[in-house]
Design a protein around this ligand. Structure first.
Ligand code: G3I
Ligand code: 9MR
Ligand code: ZN
Length: 555
């Protein structure tokens, strides 16, 4: 393995840039034989085209990282700004991969990570013109049985969740909201086409893509009660086939609180975005305005449901083994739902509901399971008068959580924000932490978290202890065998997908067999069957899109 890690894709000229040198691998004798401790104090950046040293600098002191099982030094080369091709090197660690500095370095990866959503579309056929080798016939378009009944409903549409073909409401909610946030914060960047069927219709592709998911979510709402079904999948996972070959009966699982709350949050959010489009894009946007009204009505009906009924937390019915997305504690989902309703309507009744919750019981996070930070952000940015006490508390929570990440960032030699907290899908946490910093900076008008945010992208794209660019199809060494059925079926990794990353609990057979004894941050393996480390999901890509939009914005 290389001993010098950088962002393998590269940097924009004005980005913060650091490289991480592995001075010693405390976990493996064989990897550290030629590394004499303390030899390196200096590093160089070399222009590989002219073979010229363009920068020399001093590394930091040694940093010991338990979770990586390494002793590292960090080299800052932010001052190298000239577009070109470079490597970073030191006497004893050798060279990094070659990387580029270029103004538009993140254009392709942003497009590709956005195109991923189109390629995950369900309930339609994907044409070769847009999908290349991932084209497929119409999938999952038969009516689905409502669990335990003889009633069948149409729930076609959505994006396939992940490496499997399930469609889950809580996962959908996070994804659409991240993408809408990216569009709202970086409209110029996110108006770019990513070459889908709707391209050229005068409306940004991202809005058509998100609408595809939102319109499916509408179908997941029970017409009678307004409650929202948790998920639709078959009873179990299929083999590694293209989606149209998963033909078992589709089953809609029961309504849950979490799905209903997340649905409200996403729909209330979508109303704000889609109702205002005709101001920007004129008559072309008429039908989006009509959709917006449907989203708002749907949100209201779901609120009415929650006011009458509590469906409680979801657990898989006994004969269904697909992703559970279970959650015992849903106070954060309630907080998010009512905060978005408040932000959209200004109706004080929603603020009253927020005030009645004990904030200490509301977990933060920007996940599928813990969603409090979305609620905090919505309340903080709601354009209405706010209860001073509640506002103060919410703001503190959001700020404290971001500060905790900043501390971890400063301690971690790879400049990630996990430090010692690695779990299934933790690459999402990396992207989320960048997002949280960016949002807080925006609220406060500061740039305190900017270097942390940028470093999270550099981590994901190669500056990490696994020396991997975790996005398929990019960088010098990216996953070739993601746990993703279409990729496996056509024997080629679909590009633009962020894999989950290290999971030290070793939760699949490959991980158990091949990762045992590794330090936490290195419990990752690029094998098809390692679903706990090498799967992909829509809600890991969505914060990546947000971060890439930020990186591409005018700076
Ligand atoms: O909530 C706890 C937290 O309190 C604790 O600190 C942390 C540390 O281990 O764990 C947290 O729970 C984790 C949970 O995700 C929430 O992040 C569990 O350990 C972890 O095992 C669980 O993994 C989930 C996995 O399904 C298994 O349930 C992933 O987040 C989730 O992304 C994944 O989702 C699957 C779907 O079920 C099916 N489709 C594919 C998708 C991706 O693998
Ligand atoms: O492919 C499934 C993946 O999407 C899930 O995240 C994972 C955990 O629920 O399960 C995968 O399916 C495997 C199943 O759990 C066990 N048998 C092998 C399946 C494919 O590897
Ligand atoms: Zn499908």
């Amino acid at each position: 393995m290389m001993n010098v890690q950088v962002n393998q894709v590269g940097y924009r000229p004005n980005d913060f840039k650091t490289a991480t040198f592995r001075i010693e691998d405390t976990n493996s004798v064989s990897d550290s034989v030629n590394l004499e401790k303390n030899i390196d104090a200096d590093f160089r950046v070399i222009d590989v085209i002219n073979n010229e040293v363009v920068y020399e600098g001093k590394m930091t002191k040694e940093v010991k990282s338990e979770s990586c099982g390494e002793i590292n030094k960090v080299a800052d080369f932010t001052r190298v700004k000239k577009p070109g091709k470079y490597v970073v090197e030191s006497n004893s660690c050798g060279r990094s991969y070659e990387f580029e500095i270029r103004e538009d370095i993140y254009n392709d990866i942003l497009k590709s990570s956005m195109k991923m959503f189109y390629l995950q579309r369900c309930g339609c056929s994907l044409k070769e013109q847009y999908a290349g080798k991932y084209a497929h016939k119409t999938c999952h378009n038969t009516k689905a049985r409502i669990y335990g009944t003889d009633e069948f409903i149409d729930v076609s549409g959505a994006w396939h969740d992940a490496g499997d073909y399930g469609r889950y409401v809580v996962a959908a909610a996070k994804s659409v909201v991240d993408l809408m946030m990216a569009y709202e914060m970086y409209p110029q960047v996110m108006e770019a086409s990513f070459d889908i069927e709707e391209s050229g219709n005068g409306i940004p592709d991202i809005l058509d893509e998100v609408k595809y998911e939102l319109d499916w979510m509408l179908k997941m709402q029970d017409k009678k009660t307004g409650g929202v079904y948790h998920k639709v999948t078959c009873k179990s996972f299929p083999g590694f086939v293209m989606p149209e070959f998963e033909t078992e009966e589709l089953i809609v699982c029961p309504i849950s609180d979490a799905a209903t709350c997340d649905f409200i949050a996403a729909m209330a959010y979508a109303y704000r975005v889609y109702s205002s489009l005709s101001e920007k894009y004129g008559n072309k946007a008429m039908e989006y305005g009509e959709a917006a009204n449907m989203y708002m009505e749907a949100a209201n009906r779901a609120v009415a449901y929650l006011e009458k009924i509590s469906a409680g937390p979801f657990t898989n019915p006994k004969d269904i083994v697909t992703g559970e997305y279970g959650d015992e504690r849903t106070i954060d989902e309630y907080f998010w739902a009512y905060a978005e309703m408040y932000k959209t309507t200004g109706d004080k009744k929603y603020e009253e509901k927020l005030k009645s919750m004990n904030l200490d019981d509301v977990p933060g996070e920007l996940g599928w399971k813990e969603v409090g930070d979305y609620g905090f952000y919505a309340y903080i940015t709601a354009p209405y008068t706010k209860d001073e006490e509640l506002y103060g508390k919410v703001f503190k929570r959001f700020e404290n959580e971001t500060e905790e990440k900043l501390e971890k960032y400063m301690k971690d030699p790879y400049r990630g924000t996990l430090y010692d907290y690695y779990y299934w899908g933790c690459n999402m946490e990396i992207a989320n932490n960048a997002m949280r910093g960016i949002l807080l900076d925006k609220i406060k008008g500061t740039s305190r978290y900017e270097s942390m945010a940028q470093a999270q992208l550099h981590y994901l794209l190669g500056n990490n202890p696994n020396a991997k660019c975790f996005v398929t199809g990019f960088g010098k060494d990216s996953p070739k065998n993601p746990h993703h059925r279409p990729s496996a079926a056509v024997k080629s990794a679909m590009p633009g997908m962020l894999v989950g990353g290290p999971e030290p609990l070793l939760l699949d057979d490959v991980a158990k067999a091949k990762l045992s004894g590794k330090p936490a941050a290195k419990c990752y393996i690029d094998e098809l069957d390692s679903y706990s480390t090498n799967e992909i999901t829509i809600y890991w890509n969505s914060p990546l899109v947000f971060l890439l939009a930020h990186m591409n914005a005018e700076r």
